[in-house]
Design a protein around this ligand. Structure first.
Ligand SMILES: *Cc1c(COP(=O)(O)O)cnc(C)c1O
Length: 407
């Protein structure tokens, strides 16, 4: 990977016409370590958030020794960079052949489910491989309610009464039992985990089986930007959420049980920024060389305002407007698809123009992972950049919509 001091230095040296991902390894290390230290249990990084080998390798290097995986490609990606790491197969609905691969080839011993037919699928393979169910932990996923940019209980999770039956069923067979939930991604209020813990407690007390663990899933939010004309939204920080979660775990009687978290976004969002180029400026619209079918789909569906910084092209000698005036630009993506327009604007100096670059911050989660080849565009240039996107101190270039700057 080529290395640069800053994203700006990279942009001026390469003058890239393709999007360039700028990986900030120290930021990834710091955010991973901070999570591991703050969380009162095991940290299992959710590979789907960003499963690039360089990310997984860096995480293994700072002590992440457990990964939440959902597919054969994710098993292989983890095994390739961290052969000793534990894997938790936490997808509730799995292909029969993938269950076999997990149990037989990858020796995964922790799986999740939310339906009795999934128990039957797993049991069939356990019997075929002549495994002892007592060596395998099945986490029953319960449905939860709360406010998150993405709510996932619409798709997965057993209602509490159903979860009780499932726990009793898998206990009778001889599997070890656990409870898990995933409150959704980018959660917006601290009470979300407490509601889930209350359900988990209800299920535990009705089921009357021994539980070997509680997995609280992901959902820990990352910091993004916001409309600078409005007050910054009161999104709890990951540290605050973990603090709250700790006291909730105690209150609901889970603090003596092994606890697992599956953070994705909170660990890798800040570690990558993305330099895109303005292909055309049309009034208050910017056409850029990336979009919802490449790196920006998560911000589109999650209605996330991304922090953006202007990197002016020094070759442009004349500019219209006021460089100190930060205004919203509607952002149109690279493809010919008419839905390829971001749901939130970029806040940038009025002077931004065709040929300039924009560094988009905090884009490490669900960006590379969601890229498609649609219309022939597929950003795939990655460089290492020393200076983090939101380095404290005076920014060297125009800078907008980062929460700390608007305060
Ligand atoms: C996506 C996912 C995660 C990670 O979620 P984040 O919000 O990125 O932390 C964790 N667990 C499960 C089961 C998931 O599906």
């Amino acid at each position: 990977m080529e290395r640069y001091e800053s994203a700006r230095e990279m942009a001026l040296a390469l003058r890239p016409d393709q999007p360039v991902y700028c990986f900030h390894p120290q930021v990834l290390a710091a955010d991973a370590k901070a999570f591991i230290q703050a969380f009162p249990g095991k940290t299992a990084y959710a590979v789907k958030t960003n499963g690039e080998p360089f990310v997984l390798k860096a995480l293994a290097g700072v002590g992440i020794d457990c990964f939440d995986v959902a597919s054969p490609a994710e098993f292989a990606a983890v095994r390739a960079v961290a052969p000793k790491a534990e894997m938790l197969y936490m997808h509730p609905v799995k292909a029969q052949s993938d269950i076999r691969l997990a149990l037989e080839t990858y020796r995964i011993r922790t799986l999740s489910l939310d339906h009795e037919d999934e128990v039957a699928k797993i049991l069939r393979i356990v019997r075929a491989l002549d495994l002892d169910p007592g060596d395998i932990t099945l986490f029953v996923r319960i449905a939860t309610k709360g406010h998150a940019a993405y709510e996932l209980s619409k798709k997965f999770g057993a209602a509490p009464g159903h979860a009780v039956e499932l726990l009793q069923r898998i206990d009778r067979i001889g599997f070890k039992c656990g409870l898990c939930f995933h409150v959704g991604s980018q959660i917006e209020e601290a009470e979300t985990y407490e509601r889930a813990l209350a359900s988990a407690d209800w299920v535990r007390s009705r089921a009357g089986v021994d539980l070997v663990g509680l997995d609280v899933g992901g959902g820990f939010p990352a910091t993004y930007g916001h409309d600078p004309r409005r007050k910054a939204p009161q999104v709890p920080t990951t540290a605050e959420l973990i603090g709250q979660l700790k006291s909730d775990l105690e209150e609901w009687g889970f603090s003596d049980m092994p606890i697992v978290a599956e953070p994705g976004r909170a660990i890798c969002a800040r570690s990558i920024s993305l330099v895109v180029r303005v292909l055309l400026k049309k009034g208050r619209r910017l056409y850029i060389n990336d979009g919802i079918w490449a790196s920006l789909s998560d911000s589109w569906t999650g209605k996330i305002t991304l922090p953006a910084r202007h990197i002016p092209d020094p070759a442009r000698k004349r500019r219209a407007g006021d460089a100190d005036k930060i205004v919203p630009f509607k952002v149109c993506g690279a493809t010919c698809d008419s839905v390829d327009i971001l749901s939130r604007p970029f806040w940038l100096p009025e002077t931004v123009d065709t040929g300039d670059w924009i560094e988009i911050g905090h884009i490490g989660a669900y960006s590379l992972a969601l890229r498609t080849h649609f219309n022939g565009f597929y950003p795939d240039t990655i460089v290492e950049v020393e200076r983090p996107f939101d380095e404290p101190g005076k920014p060297a270039v125009s800078f907008a919509s980062i929460e700390t700057m608007a305060d």
